[in-house]
Design a binder for this molecule. Sequence first.
Ligand code: ATR
Length: 269
Amino acid sequence: NDRYCVFGHPVGHSKSPAIHAAFAAQTGEALEYVAIEAPLDDFAGAWRAFTAEGGRGANVTVPFKEQAHRLCDTLSHRARRAGAVNTLVLDADGQTRGDTTDGLGLVGDLHRHHVELTGARVLVLGAGGAVRGVLEPLLEAAPASLFIANRTAAKAEALAADFADLGEVAGGGFDAVRGPFDLVINGTSASLAGDLPPLPDDLFAEGGVAYDMMYGSEPTVFLHWAGERGARIIDGLGMLVGQAAESFRLWRGKYPDVAPVLDMLRRLL
Ligand code: ATR
């Protein structure tokens, strides 16, 4: 069987092995997928050791996405812009190819929920690695506007400047947010601390959608807040399964059915 893995630190709670086992069963692909805790200071060594033992590809999660980006022989344009890699592919010639599928996972999940991106007024909260990783596919869907708001305004402004060639994108602090928005995506890690960015009450347009890249058994603080203000709320579990499906396609050339795997994970939350 071909071998794949997810590298993280910690990695014990990763859902990726269960997701890819389900994809493999569904598509009839014979593969093995495990979780590996790589040492913080030698990600490249962990990848080399894995490929030496027959590893064909890997997912990469916190905190290795930037280290993975640095070790690749070739990068997709998306990974180059994201500055991060979540999918490693060992090519037939032994070269390591890097890609990032987080943004495709997000856009695919929005599509599954019938959230229209084209022509939409979009607000993205946060300006860290998670947000950088999804901006290209979001902007390629041609929203009417995309505003990046961040606690540290300068980071949002710099990020917007980096992607300005792809569409109507601007950035600033939370105090510069001017709604209404058709879609608000939370890409901050504020939910982890149970924090909510300071946002105006009239943030959402009629029929507006709130999306949190995080997920859990209960709605995040942000989704709870948004729901109380009339928004339709969606958490990031579908993005997780979607990015996995895009990685699976890169490795195996087959696109698995996301819905049943998402249902399975939802029941286990
Ligand atoms: P990630 O890889 O998850 O994006 P990161 O690069 O450290 O992690 O970025 C974290 C993001 O969450 C940043 O946008 C951060 O805001 P700053 O750039 O101002 O630090 C944001 N963030 C973290 N905790 C927050 C909080 N309590 N309130 C608002 N924003 C927060």
